[in-house]
Design a protein around this ligand. Structure first.
Ligand code: SF4
Length: 180
C-alpha cells in the first residue's frame, strides 16, 4: 500500500494499567500487516507530545480520572474520525472507577492513597493532575464509535476490529467477546 493511502492512526492511554496496549502489541506478526496500512501519529509508544489534527482512527485505553485526561480526550474526539474504546476501563470505568466508592471525594482518594496506605513519607504530592470527583467511562463524555470489550481484550479481537475499521467495514461484535 502506498504511503499516501495509509491511515493516520493513534493510541491514547488514560487511567488504565497499559494492559490493553500490551494486548494490542500481542497481535505479534499481525502488527506487520497493520503497520503497512497505518501511519502511527500519536501513542505512548512514540514521543509525540501533542495530539495531531486529522487522525482517521484512534483507540483509547482507560477511563477518565483527571482534568488533564478530560481535556485530552475532548481534543482527541475533535480531531479523530473514528474513536474506539478499548478495554473495560474505557467502556465501564472498571478498575480505576473502584475509587468512586470513596465518598466521591478527590481529597479522600488522595488521602487514602498517599497517607493512609503509605509505609513511608505519608505526603500528598502537589504535582498530580486534579482528580475528577468520579472516574468516568468514555461514553459519558464523548461519542464512542466502537467498543472492544475485555480486561484486556484478546489480541485477536483487537486485530479483527482494526482490520474491519481500517478496511472501511463495520465490525460485527455479536458473539465476538469470545473471539480468539
Ligand atoms: Fe488494564 Fe483491564 Fe483496564 Fe485494560 S481494561 S487498562 S487491561 S485494567
Amino acid at each position: 500500500m502506498s504511503r499516501e493511502k495509509r491511515i493516520n492512526f493513534a493510541t491514547v492511554w488514560l487511567s488504565g494499567c497499559s494492559g490493553c496496549h500490551m494486548s494490542f502489541l500481542d497481535q505479534d506478526e499481525l502488527l506487520i500487516d497493520l503497520s503497512q496500512k497505518i501511519n502511527l501519529v500519536y501513542s505512548p509508544l512514540t514521543d509525540v507530545k501533542v495530539f495531531p489534527d486529522d487522525v482517521d482512527v484512534t483507540i483509547v485505553e482507560g477511563a477518565i480520572g483527571n482534568v488533564e485526561q478530560m481535556e485530552l480526550l475532548k481534543k482527541v474526539r475533535e480531531r479523530t474520525k473514528i474513536l474506539i474504546a478499548i478495554g473495560d476501563c474505557a467502556i465501564t470505568g472498571n478498575v480505576p472507577a473502584m475509587r468512586n466508592i470513596i465518598n466521591n471525594s478527590p481529597e479522600e482518594v488522595l488521602k487514602r492513597a498517599y497517607v493512609e496506605t503509605a509505609d513511608k513519607n505519608p505526603i500528598i504530592p502537589t504535582e498530580v493532575p486534579k482528580l475528577l470527583r468520579r472516574v468516568l467511562p468514555l461514553n459519558e463524555v464523548i461519542k464512542v464509535d466502537y467498543y472492544i470489550p475485555g480486561c484486556p481484550p484478546p489480541a485477536s479481537l483487537i486485530n479483527y476490529v482494526l482490520t474491519e475499521v481500517l478496511a472501511g467495514r463495520t465490525p460485527v461484535m455479536e458473539g465476538k467477546a469470545k473471539y480468539g
